[in-house]
Design a protein around this ligand. Structure first.
Ligand SMILES: C[S@@+](CC[C@H](N)C(=O)[O-])C[C@H]1O[C@@H](n2cnc3c(N)ncnc32)[C@H](O)[C@@H]1O
Length: 285
């Protein structure tokens, strides 16, 4: 079966199924089945019968709005390809901006700064920071057993690839006992918590495939953010930084919570690439 018309037909099906990035997804699935980089597809004229059957199965799953990343088994995040699948949140491009900001804070934090990723999921934040700033001492805190399977796998894969080891901590990020041994010593806390208000309508990829505990932050979306701000206030050393992602409706609310805590200064909010309020930052006094 020729590749180009198969991709064109799949892209049409995905458009009709409401997939926003239909053509790109059709190409990614073809590249995955054929075992070639997406850019090499024009040089790959034919599917074998077996590969075409596999492609059609994947396209049918994508029509049912199974996330692309679950179908190919990985999610790209900054320089890393992380293993993802059922039970773990698929890392999002907007979180790469929080990592960018965190890396700048790490660069100014002196030798061997301690960096803590609260609500780590696949490990995207902690593992990306460790990859790009290998002098850190990294910790990744996650409470969901299903997500911890993926986090441990990604952390082990990165260590095997030569990145510094990130310590995986199976614990509630909002519990005052979690990592209390580090209280007052942490240079940077980064957190992408569950923050979507419970009644927000979501696309099928999120509603049916991201774990609810990874997405929803209680009725107002701030149920995890409130105690994370308190926990980070204890973990951070004087002058240390917190960066926390939030819902685009919370560009005012999260800075207000940070100010109300009383331990933070230099509070600011940052937009994502679409200009929507996306993460708040603050410095421990
Ligand atoms: C939005 S996902 C973010 C995952 C990852 N940091 C990322 O950016 O892709 C939130 C994660 O926090 C975890 N989580 C929710 N509440 C938690 C808590 N109280 N303590 C630790 N982890 C929690 C969820 O299981 C989920 O993996």
């Amino acid at each position: 079966m020729p590749v180009a018309p198969a991709i064109a037909a799949a892209a049409g099906e995905l458009v009709r199924a409401g997939v926003a990035s239909a053509r790109v997804d059709a190409e990614w699935l073809a590249a995955h089945v054929l075992g070639v980089p997406r850019g090499r597809l024009p040089a790959t004229p034919e599917f074998t019968a077996e590969a075409y059957a596999a492609y059609r199965r994947l396209v049918a799953a994508r029509v049912r709005r199974v996330p692309l990343q679950h179908l190919v088994g990985t999610a790209g995040f900054r320089w890393l390809d992380l293993a993802v699948g059922p039970g773990v949140f698929v890392p999002r491009p907007e979180t790469e901006l929080l990592v960018d900001w965190g890396l700048a804070r790490v660069a100014a934090a002196g030798p061997a700064p301690i960096v803590v990723d609260l609500c780590a999921g696949s490990g995207a934040i902690a593992l990306a920071v460790a990859h790009e700033a290998p002098h850190i001492r990294g910790y990744a805190v996650e409470s969901a057993p299903e997500a911890l399977v993926w986090l441990r796998r990604n952390a082990a894969d990165r260590a095997t690839a030569g990145d510094p080891e990130v310590c995986v901590v199976a614990a509630d990020a909002t519990d005052s006992a979690t990592l209390s041994i580090l209280d007052g010593q942490v240079a940077v806390v980064l957190c992408n918590p569950p923050y979507v208000p419970e009644t927000t309508p979501l696309p099928p990829e999120v509603a049916d495939h991201d774990p609810p505990a990874a997405v929803f932050g209680g009725p107002d979306g701030l149920a995890v953010i409130r105690p994370v701000i308190a926990r980070a206030g204890a973990l951070l050393r004087p002058g240390g930084w917190l960066g926390i992602e939030h819902d685009d409706t919370h560009g005012a609310a999260v800075p207000v919570l940070l100010a109300a805590d009383g331990r933070y200064a230099e509070i600011a909010d940052h937009p994502d690439l679409a200009g929507r309020p996306r993460f708040a930052v603050a410095r421990r006094r």
